[in-house]
Write a protein that binds this ligand. Structure first.
Ligand SMILES: Cc1cc2nc3c(=O)[nH]c(=O)nc-3n(C[C@H](O)[C@H](O)[C@H](O)COP(=O)(O)OP(=O)(O)OC[C@H]3O[C@@H](n4cnc5c(N)ncnc54)[C@H](O)[C@@H]3O)c2cc1C
Length: 395
């Protein structure tokens, strides 16, 4: 049976325009700041996003009423990979984590008033946001059921107490989507609620920036304290106690959009390696004529093609309205390891040049490594994949 994985013409055209925009406008900024977005500051974010709007490539994933082009997941796969060709591309297009995943969640779950207050300015790039789920041990991490941040009813609203960490983009975010336990005990599978917490709430504080291997995501990875943080009833996102279900609305697609963006960086790394293999001469031949180098190049082509196909398969299922939990786990686990391998091989092909700051490969390597931990560590996905397979086999 023939399978058609081609994209519709307007997606192809948008992907091509995105590719040109990223090369002409975004890459010079990325090189100027060694791939570390924070070095460019807020002025750079505003400048890049204004340029993306001008080029008609801004926020393509959100609905037209919020200024976007309502791309489905398959369409995002094509465009986000082109955005991801530069570390700063997703920021420029306003499709970077965590804002992109938060926009997706708000579109699905938020009330009309919440959409006007939070989604609209977020989609326009006027504000940034963060998603606060993970907690220091023994709280939520790979096992979200360990959630220990509590929200209890108080007159007119809720009081949230707990500590979160590794909250990407928290510094400078206008609001956080905070997961807190509203019923049950840590270890219980239900009982979580999502709250929209404004940054000026005196009960929410960014305690510190955590020093990490990666630096390209904007606003740092922060530790955030919720201490007597009182929010009104209107701050509840969706229904009380339904937070875990909404997390699935966010996490499945957010895993895939990470795969798309990092696939862009893998392709860029491979292009750097190919250019080097074509020009560098040693042992009487071109580097690219040596069999072991060809093996690395071929393995990277295979890794990227497989990662793209798995991601598209999962996107197709999401577009059809399926939960896609197995296919998103498979695509995420494979792609996170595949992009790491591709960047690592590219660095090897380039020799000492690869570890230098003269090309961005060592920066790419640092940026892609944490993807094997966030959005579910590889081991958590492998465990879930095996359990689903076993369940199917014993049905
Ligand atoms: C760069 C970065 C950005 C992040 N951004 C955010 C954010 O914006 N918001 C947010 O809420 N969180 C964020 N996180 C947190 C991230 O989601 C968690 O790190 C992740 O869920 C893993 O939780 P943990 O770190 O507590 O690891 P743990 O739960 O302590 O797991 C440790 C290790 O155990 C192993 N393991 C896990 N499950 C299994 C299993 N079933 N079988 C065998 N071994 C297993 C894995 O190797 C795993 O790495 C971010 C993390 C990083 C690194």
């Amino acid at each position: 049976m023939a399978v058609d994985l081609s994209h519709v013409p307007h997606v192809v055209e948008l992907a091509e325009r995105t590719a040109a925009f990223v090369r002409e406008v975004v890459v010079p900024e990325e090189e100027r700041h060694d791939g570390v977005a924070a070095r460019g500051g807020e002025a750079m974010r505003v400048r890049l996003q204004a340029a993306a709007k001008q080029a008609g490539v801004f926020a393509p994933h959100v609905a037209a009423e919020y200024g976007g082009q309502a791309l489905d997941m398959r369409g995002r796969a094509a465009v986000f990979e082109e955005a991801g060709w530069s570390l700063f591309g997703p920021l420029a297009l306003n499709v970077a984590a965590p804002d992109e995943g938060n926009m997706h969640l708000l579109e699905f779950v938020a009330s009309r008033a919440q959409k006007e207050r939070y989604l609209r300015p977020l989609a326009l790039g006027e504000i940034r946001s963060c998603f606060a789920m993970t907690e220091p041990a023994p709280g939520a991490g790979s096992d979200p059921a360990a959630l220990s941040t509590r929200a209890v009813r108080v007159p007119g609203g809720w009081r949230i107490d707990g500590r979160k960490w590794f909250i990407t983009g928290a510094d400078g975010a206008a609001f956080a989507i905070c997961m807190a336990r509203t019923s049950g005990e840590p270890g219980d599978r239900g009982g979580a609620t999502m709250f929209l917490v404004d940054a000026d709430n005196p009960g929410m504080k960014v305690v510190r920036h955590i020093d990490t291997l990666d630096e390209s995501l904007y606003g740092g990875h922060c530790e955030v304290d919720f201490d007597g943080c009182v929010v009104p009833d209107e701050a509840v996102l969706g229904e009380v106690d339904q937070g875990y279900d909404y997390a699935q609305v966010r996490l499945g697609p957010a895993r895939m959009t990470h795969c798309m963006r990092w696939l862009g960086i893998a392709r860029r790394a491979q292009e750097i390696a190919l250019a080097r293999a074509a020009e560098r001469r040693l042992f009487g031949s071109r580097l690219g004529d040596l069999g072991m180098v060809q093996g690395m190049i071929a393995d990277s082509e295979i890794d990227m093609a497989a990662a793209r196909a798995l991601t598209l398969q999962a996107c197709w299922e999401l577009d059809k309205g399926h939960s896609a939990s197995q296919s998103t786990s498979i695509a995420k686990a494979f792609t996170a390891e595949a992009v790491w391998r591709v960047v690592d091989r590219a660095l090897q092909v380039c020799g000492a040049l690869g570890v230098s700051g003269d090309v961005l490969l060592s920066r790419f390597l640092r940026e892609v490594r944490p993807f094997r931990v966030y959005d579910g560590p590889t081991e958590t996905h492998r465990w879930a994949i095996a359990r689903r397979a076993l369940r199917t086999a014993t049905r």
